[in-house]
Write a protein that binds this ligand. Structure first.
Ligand code: ADP
Ligand code: MG
Length: 147
């Protein structure tokens, strides 16, 4: 299976209710290796640009307001089948429909404030990574060390 990269975002609700550590632990335990990470306060324009594919949806305005309502953590995760793996660990968009044990089932508050974003295809992952990171901000390191 191919090593892929995917864009992950911890959304404002995850920071506001102190779920950051727990969410990062779940992603790490799933074998998704962080190779870039930063905390940002998105402007309305940045949030609109990121979610441009959804601009015709009825929830677009509200989504943009929510995503720029507080800081987020954006990160690049790397691993085998990383795009699908991340989506699996995240769970369905609507926490009410998300499988047991998924991040959204455990931590999301609503279909909008659903704690995490994950790219939905390798191609979109490349575009989304480039939206937030320069190539020089992606690092390489060994994470197989034993204590
Ligand atoms: P996903 O994040 O699971 O890929 P989508 O790409 O369909 O889901 O939607 C992007 C984001 O828009 C969702 O994560 C969620 O924050 C918000 N959203 C999706 N559907 C709705 C909805 N019906 N009402 C409000 N917000 C929504
Ligand atoms: Mg999506």
């Amino acid at each position: 299976m191919a090593i892929e990269r995917t864009l992950s975002i911890l959304k404002p609700d995850a920071l506001q209710w102190r779920a950051v550590g727990k969410i990062l632990a779940r992603l790490e335990e799933a074998g998704l290796k962080p190779v870039a990470m930063k905390m940002l306060q998105l402007s309305q324009k940045q949030a609109e640009g990121f979610y441009a594919v959804h601009r015709e949806r009825p929830f677009f305005k509200s989504l943009v307001a929510y995503m720029s309502s507080g800081p987020v953590i954006v990160q690049v995760l790397e691993g085998e089948n990383a795009v699908a793996k991340n989506r699996e660990v995240m769970g369905a968009t609507d926490p009410a429909k998300a499988a047991e044990g998924t991040i959204r089932k455990l931590f999301a508050r609503s279909i909008e404030a659903n704690s995490v974003h994950g790219s939905d295809s390798p191609e979109n992952a490349r575009t989304e990574i480039a939206y937030f990171f320069a190539q020089t901000e992606l690092v390489a390191y060994d994470w197989t060390a034993k204590r």
